[in-house]
Design a protein around this ligand. Structure first.
Ligand SMILES: [Zn+2]
Length: 98
């Protein structure tokens, strides 16, 4: 591995760690809001309307959108995650249904 390749690799790792940190913060913010009663976990998936164990989906990880989430079943969540993978600074909320 050349120095240049190594530097690129390190930069990629650093970015990945930064993304992970932001994602963890967004998730803990949701958890806290639920605990404090500011956010209510619904019963139905916002995409397919099936009743299931819902997960919070962040369509953007910009701090102002940390509580602007979609409540999705696991299946729909995976679908939307594929679509938004690694893009953490979306500014346009996707339309549902997917
Ligand atoms: Zn669903």
């Amino acid at each position: 591995m050349t120095q240049e390749e190594w530097d690129r690799f390190e930069k990629g790792e650093e970015e990945r760690r930064k993304r992970q940190k932001i994602k963890r913060k967004a998730i803990s913010t949701v958890r806290k809001a639920i605990k404090e009663g500011k956010l209510v976990r619904p019963i139905q998936c916002e995409n397919c309307h099936k009743e299931n164990n819902l997960e919070a989906h962040h369509w953007s990880y910009l701090p102002q959108y940390w509580l602007d989430i979609f409540w999705l079943c696991v299946k729909c969540h995976r679908k939307l995650q594929d679509y938004t993978q690694n893009i953490i600074q979306n500014t346009v909320k996707p339309n549902l249904p997917l």
